[in-house]
Design a protein around this ligand. Sequence first.
Ligand code: HEC
Length: 132
Amino acid sequence: MTTTAGKTVIVPLAVFVCLASLAGLWAARAAEEAAAVPVNPFEGRADVVPEGRSLFNQYCSHCHGPNAIQGERPRDLRRLNIRHGQQQAPRVFYETANRGRPDKGMPTWNGILTDDKLWRIFTFLETVQTPP
Ligand code: HEC
């Protein structure tokens, strides 16, 4: 009698614990994904734009156009927001700059440009985005 009574408590309890830990895993996953969108530490900082523009013209302009003016669409970085949405643009920028797209002719900047410099460039690019 006591064992049956024990089981009726333990089985639902075990199910509950399993579901709770699944929910925990799911929440951790969601948090990880949200954290995966990198944050521009210079967001909205007008004072870093001139340096960002200068870095851009030094490292990126021979493919992406001086001051990011580029008629070839896949290389036109004024279209980052239109193409990827304002929320995902920083992630696409950061990942593409760090990994490159070797098959498409986009070099990797990992180990060449620090995050600090990349975000300065991004902050400049944000000021030249084509309006939606
Ligand atoms: C040697 C040429 C070259 C240089 C230099 C270069 N890129 Fe690119 N980049 C490309 C090409 C080509 C593409 C388009 C790849 C494609 O078609 O998917 C590209 C794409 C990108 C994209 C993705 C655009 C999108 O919307 O998908 C980003 C971001 C980018 N480049 C950033 C940079 C930055 C920042 C620099 C300078 C630090 C830089 N690139 C320098 C050739 C270059």
